[in-house]
Design a protein around this ligand. Structure first.
Ligand SMILES: Nc1ncnc2c1ncn2[C@@H]1O[C@H](COP(=O)(O)OP(=O)(O)OP(=O)(O)O)[C@@H](O)[C@H]1O
Length: 463
């Protein structure tokens, strides 16, 4: 570092750089200084610990291999002594396993060697935003209240969400349909340093396979018939923010390979383009299916599974937390009332008791649908048990069951009899029956798009 650069050094110390190679420390310090950040540096875990005990920093950047330990020791130390301090690790090029281990230990992000200025800049920018991001304590008010419920399971989930919002690790959200996986993904985004950038949800099951590459990575004008303009893909749309891959298990194997590459390289190549463009996005994904089982059955790539599933968040079904039902119901009734411009309906005690006993295969979405119907059917502003139709098409579902099981042999489908997928099929068929096969209305009531519904019907050979 030359004298004039030393003179320009900002007053506070922002970053602790830990690397045993002096040249690398110098390069990092210089790069950070040019971003207006001052650094301290340490060459060993012990020196780093001493500095951490003496001063407070806004970011710690550590190499993995140090003479007296490794970067993970430091990540663990910071987790227990300064949990608010974001720590990022520098890993050797290609050693993705190490990066994943670091993320699992609580590192907020990683960069690979040789450290590119652009990647460093993005990392620093996210780390510094963490200091100002809205990160209420678990259980506190604020944004976490968009996730309704106070059961121990939900409080635990809320605490995990607050933690995960602070790092950049890919998270896989597993839970039955309608449990709130998208609500949770949004929260992780909203509470983190990417909150001011876009959150882009994509239903992987709803994109026709032949359009997938262009939808995800964009295309150049003339790349194929109909490509009359350059078009950005979902990765570009989520730049700086979060890409939420909902129903990730529905991705065809060919697309899984391309996605893995994009995630690993942090770069995409639009269809018809010659060069890759780098994209900085955090990947969150979700499915109601058991990805590990799909991997075992050869339907999901193991390498992609490990990449997107650094941390798994399990969302419990509503029947495992019936104590959340009254609170959710009040919230849903208030929302319906606001939508319709009327005072909210109240739930009579016998209605609450009936709801608490129901098994809710469709989870919170089913509760929403039940309450919407009950509001329309009840007299006055109180919903009584008799106004709630818990099994609107019970007989029909039973009649459909043998058909679903038999059909699953004839049609190439990933629905295993008795599995989650079959629950979904019964739910969809019930709704179609209830709406006299009005697909748009059924999709609306099921909380999915018409395209998503059509995709499922096509998959089951029913359209
Ligand atoms: N804890 C919750 N608090 C408030 N609303 C919730 C909660 N859980 C779910 N919901 C509501 O339930 C509906 C379904 O939630 P969401 O779409 O997030 O579920 P999902 O698990 O992603 O479903 P799917 O697997 O079918 O895509 C939404 O209207 C959402 O707002």
């Amino acid at each position: 570092m030359n004298t004039s650069e030393r003179r320009n050094r900002p007053a506070g110390i922002d970053v602790l750089v830990v690397d045993d190679e002096e040249d690398i420390r110098e390069v990092l310090e210089l790069s950070l200084l040019r971003m207006g950040l001052a650094c301290d540096s340490a060459g060993t875990v012990e020196d780093a610990r001493r500095l951490l005990a003496e001063k407070s920093y806004r970011l710690c950047l550590t190499d993995m291999r140090l003479p007296d330990g490794d970067g993970l020791d430091l990540v663990a130390h910071i987790q227990s002594h300064s949990p608010g301090l974001p720590v990022a690790v520098i890993t050797a090029f290609g050693s993705i396993e190490t990066a994943i281990r670091a993320l699992k230990c609580g590192a907020f992000d990683f960069v690979t060697k040789p450290v590119e200025l652009k990647a460093l800049r993005e990392l620093v920018s996210h780390a510094l935003k963490l200091q100002t991001a809205a990160t209420p304590a678990p259980g506190a008010g604020g944004a976490t209240r968009t996730l309704i419920g106070s059961s121990p399971a939900l409080e635990h989930l809320r605490a995990q969400i607050a933690k995960l919002a602070r790092n950049q690790a890919p998270v896989f959200i597993q839970g039955e349909s309608g449990t709130g996986k998208e609500v949770i993904a949004r929260l992780i985004h909203d509470l983190g340093p990417r909150a001011s950038a876009p959150f882009v949800p994509v239903n992987c099951g709803a994109i026709p396979p032949e359009l997938m590459e262009s939808e995800f990575f964009g295309h150049r004008k003339g790349a194929f018939t109909g490509a009359v303009f350059d078009k950005d893909g979902l990765f570009q749309a989520a730049r700086g923010g979060t890409l939420f891959l909902d129903e990730v298990a529905d991705l065809p194997l060919a697309m899984q390979v391309k996605l893995l590459r994009a995630i690993q390289e942090r770069a995409v190549r639009p269809v018809g383009a010659h060069a890759e463009e780098s994209v900085d996005v955090r990947i969150l994904s979700a499915s109601h299916r058991d990805l590990a089982q799909l991997v075992a059955g050869g339907k999901f790539r193991q390498d992609l599974y490990f990449r997107i599933n650094v941390i798994t968040l399990r969302v419990p079904p509503l029947r495992e937390r019936p104590e959340d039902i009254p609170e959710l119901a009040v919230h849903i009734l208030a929302r319906l009332a606001e939508r319709d411009g009327v005072p909210p309906h109240r739930l009579a005690p016998d209605a609450v008791a009936a709801l608490r006993q129901h098994s809710f295969p469709g989870n919170v979405r089913e509760l929403e649908n039940l309450l919407e119907r009950a509001c329309a059917l009840c007299d006055g502003d109180e919903i009584r048990a008799g106004d709630i139709d818990l099994h609107p098409t019970e007989g029909i579902a039973q009649a459909l069951l043998p058909f679903s099981a038999a059909d699953s042999f004839a049609v190439e489908t990933d629905v295993e009899p008795g599995g989650d997928g079959e629950d979904e099929r019964v739910r969809i068929l019930r709704m179609l029956d209830e709406t006299r096969w009005n697909r748009s209305e059924a999709a609306r009531r099921l909380g999915m798009t018409l395209r998503q519904l059509r995709y499922r019907l096509q998959k089951w050979g029913m359209e």
